[in-house]
Each structure stands twice: as structure tokens, then as C-alpha cells.
Design a binder for this molecule. Structure first.
Ligand SMILES: *Cc1c(COP(=O)(O)O)cnc(C)c1O
Length: 435
């Protein structure tokens, strides 16, 4: 694509964008009386205009039918979660029976680690990314401590059980070859390899296929936290042979703050009743669930990991958002995303080239295969001042200590004009804001 840093060009791109009508399906927050430039869909996706109706509908069902809505609502509540299987299987790339919507991301991570992290005296290590999202760090640390409570696991300690792979000196991103080398180095001691699908700080996409392959070669399980990947990049969990994964629905999936999350378990495990798990009645064989008998018999799909009955009000919001994904099509979104973020990278390069002093280092890989829509700019001058001023100028972005501004143009509702205007504002601020 031959990009141009002009308003005319940006408007031309928007005019010929096959997804241009989707922006109008979302509420865009207002700053200074104008729609803001919302570049924080990686943190909280915007509200679809249909969400309130979807929720209201279920409130009506509750009002009209009471408990009977479990069977008589238009989408009966007992099986409400089933409607997510198809759209999500396309978003994360898996078989229908491998995906389930339940709980929250960190809860699901714990449930999956309960199944897949079974440390023994010899095999007890977890390999993960250095500076993983804090919730993942705490989850891993507490999982190790949970097992360390057992009398025969004395000596198991997060300090020696958790091995972090970091970027090389002077680099910002972890190299795949270093991940593979670390896995091989601890070959017989590795129980689980757990990475993000995308590093939340730099926006780098991990090579999930290569990491899974390396983990399997040494006999370890491999899982991914897809918080920043689901709805943002192309995923093929099943074909990559990934063992387990989980994600949240409120970032790129636009389902509302803290809303219901998802999980994936490869089909080779879903009928294996010998695998340990934490169980609840909603994971019990559907035919016989209401017999309320002793002895847990799991549903032979990912649903077998469910604990509780479904929060329908939250799920209605998830449905409103996923219906829009279905309408737009993941392939179309990915196509636009590459163009849109490509444009942002072009604009940032222009600003750097035309300033007397380099403004920011782009720490997100430029290569389309290694990034989603998020771009992380390591600010080389006036970072915090520029960040604060961006908001006053109608741009919502986010700040990560010590000096990174993250911006994520989302293909469902951001425009090329957003990206162009952002460039204009950033350039103006760099030249005018006082350090
Ligand atoms: C956003 C995010 C989380 C958040 O976890 P919750 O359980 O949804 O609060 C966890 N991990 C990663 C990598 C994230 O980006």
C-alpha cells in the first residue's frame, strides 16, 4: 500500500473501506463535544448500540417468565452459552466442542492450570514470558504454592519453578528462538509452557505454533492467554495443536467491562475423565444434570469445565458484540486491521523523520505477522506530558510505565481519518508541549 499523510488520502481510504458502516454500530465517547479518537480498544472495547436491547430483552424474559425462562425464553437460558460456540470457534480457530464461555479470564486460567499443571518431583517447571501481565504472574505463583502445600512436594518454590524468558539486552521483544532454547534447556523439567498470544506491553505476537511444537517435543503442555489476541489477530488454536487457552471478552471483543470470558481445551483432552479438574454442576452431563446424583460425569466437550449456571445478563452483552463480529467477518477485520495499523506505522515514521529529534521508538514489530492492531511507542522525549495532553486533545490512548504510549486502532470502529488526525495532534504536541 502506498500511504500518504494527508486528510484527503485518509478520507479516500475510509470511503472505500468495506467495513465503514460498522463504526456507526458503536457508541464513540465524546471529548470536548466531539467524538474522541478512541485508541484503547485493547483495554476496553466500545459499547455496541445493540447491547442495551439485548440485555433489556433478557430482563423482560426474567420479568415475564421468571425461572421458566430457562426453558421458554427465545434463547432458553439453560443452553444460552451454546450460541457462542460457533462465532468463537471462528475467532480463535478451533472445533466447536473445544470452546466454552464461562467465568473470567484469571479464573479460567486457574481452572486450566489445575488440569494441566501437575508438577512432579522431576517435572515441575513453568516457562513463561518475563513481565507477563501481573494477573498471570500471580496465577502461576499461586499455582506453584498450592502444590507446594502437599507433603511430598516440599521444596517446590515459585523461584525455581517459574522460568521467565526475557528480551535480549537492548531489545524489546522476546525472540522465538530464545523461547525454544529455554524450553530445550529445561526439557525434562518442564511441566507447562504458558505465554500470552500477544505481549500486552509491546504488542508482539508470539509464534504460538512454534512454541507449542517445542513444548510438545519435550513432553510439556502448552497454553496461551489470549487477552490481547482474541478478536485482534488470526488464531488457529486447534491446527497449532495448542493444549489450552483462555481470553477475556471486554478488550477486542467489546462485550463490556469485566464481562464473561472464554476457554479452549484441545479435543484430545475433553473426553479424558482421568484428568484432574475442579468441577461444578454446570459441567455435568446435560442429560442427567437434574437428577442431581453423586459422582461427577463431565460433559464430553470444553463445557465439562464449567462450574456454575450462566450469567445471562452478561452473556446477552457478549452476544450483542459477537453478532457484530459475525456480520463483519474475522477475515475482513484482519484485512482492514493490517491496512489501518500499517497506516499508523507510516504516520509515526513520518513524524520521526520530520522532527529534529526522534520522537519515539516503535517497539512493536513492524512485520504484519508479528503484530496485531496495537502499536507501542517508547517515548524518547516528553512522554508523560504528551500522553496527558493527548487526552485534552480528544485522543484516548494508554500509558505503561516507565515510558510507553500504547495506541490501538481497532478495525471495527476506528477510521483512517482517526489515524491521520492522531498523527497531526501528536506532531503538534511534540512541538508545543513543555517538558
Ligand atoms: C487484560 C488481561 C488480563 C485480565 O484478567 P481478568 O481476569 O480479566 O481481570 C489477564 N491477562 C492478560 C494478559 C491481560 O491482558
Amino acid at each position: 500500500m502506498h500511504y500518504k499523510n494527508t486528510l484527503e488520502f485518509a478520507r479516500e481510504m475510509d470511503g472505500s473501506d468495506p467495513l465503514k458502516d460498522f463504526r456507526d454500530k458503536f457508541y464513540i465517547p465524546i471529548i470536548n463535544g466531539k467524538q474522541c479518537i478512541y485508541f484503547v480498544g485493547n483495554s476496553l472495547g466500545l459499547q455496541p448500540k445493540t447491547t442495551q436491547d439485548y440485555i433489556y430483552n433478557e430482563l423482560e424474559n426474567w420479568a415475564n417468565y421468571g425461572v421458566e425462562a430457562h426453558f421458554h425464553a427465545k434463547i432458553p437460558w439453560v443452553d444460552y452459552h451454546d450460541i457462542f460456540v460457533e462465532p468463537l470457534s471462528k475467532i480463535v480457530g478451533c472445533l466447536l466442542r473445544e470452546v466454552v464461555v464461562m467465568n473470567h479470564l484469571t479464573v479460567n486460567l486457574h481452572l486450566l492450570l489445575t488440569t494441566f499443571y501437575r508438577p512432579t518431583k522431576e517435572r515441575y517447571k513453568i516457562i513463561c514470558e518475563a513481565k507477563a501481565f501481573p494477573s498471570d504472574q500471580y496465577a502461576l505463583e499461586s499455582q506453584v504454592k498450592l502444590h507446594a502445600c502437599l507433603p511430598d512436594r516440599q521444596g517446590l518454590d515459585p523461584d525455581n519453578a517459574i522460568i521467565e524468558v526475557a528480551p535480549r539486552e537492548g531489545e524489546y521483544n522476546i525472540r522465538t528462538e530464545d523461547i525454544v532454547e529455554t524450553i530445550n534447556k529445561y526439557a525434562n523439567e518442564v511441566a507447562v509452557v504458558l505465554f500470552g498470544g500477544i505481549n500486552y506491553y509491546s504488542g508482539k505476537v508470539f509464534d504460538m505454533k512454534a512454541i507449542t511444537e517445542a513444548a510438545h517435543k519435550v513432553g510439556a503442555y502448552c497454553g496461551f492467554d489470549l487477552a490481547h489476541a482474541a478478536g485482534n489477530i488470526e488464531l488457529h488454536l486447534h491446527d497449532w495443536d495448542v493444549d489450552f487457552a483462555c481470553w477475556c471478552s471486554y478488550k477486542y471483543l467489546n462485550s463490556g467491562p469485566g464481562n464473561i470470558a472464554g476457554a479452549y481445551i484441545h479435543q484430545r483432552f475433553i473426553t479424558d475423565v482421568s484428568l484432574p479438574r475442579l468441577a461444578g454442576w454446570w459441567g455435568y452431563d446435560k442429560e442427567n444434570r437434574f437428577k442431581m446424583e453423586k459422582n461427577f460425569k463431565p460433559i464430553p466437550t470444553a463445557e465439562g469445565w464449567q462450574l456454575s449456571n450462566s450469567p445471562i445478563i452478561s452473556m446477552a452483552a457478549h452476544k450483542a458484540a459477537l453478532d457484530i463480529f459475525e456480520e463483519a467477518g474475522m477475515e475482513n477485520l484482519l484485512k482492514k486491521s493490517k491496512l489501518l495499523t500499517g497506516y499508523l506505522l507510516f504516520i509515526l515514521d513520518e513524524i520521526n523523520a520530520n522532527s529534529n529529534k526522534k520522537v519515539g521508538e516503535i517497539i512493536t514489530p513492524k512485520n504484519e505477522e508479528e503484530r496485531g492492531c496495537q502499536v507501542s511507542i517508547l517515548m524518547l522525549q516528553k512522554g508523560k506530558e504528551v500522553f496527558n495532553a493527548l487526552k485534552k486533545h480528544g485522543v484516548l490512548s494508554d500509558w505503561r510505565e516507565p515510558d510507553v504510549i500504547r495506541v490501538a486502532p481497532v478495525p471495527l470502529y476506528n477510521t483512517f481519518e482517526d489515524v491521520y488526525q492522531f498523527g497531526q495532534i501528536l506532531k503538534h504536541l511534540i512541538e508545543n508541549v513543555q517538558a
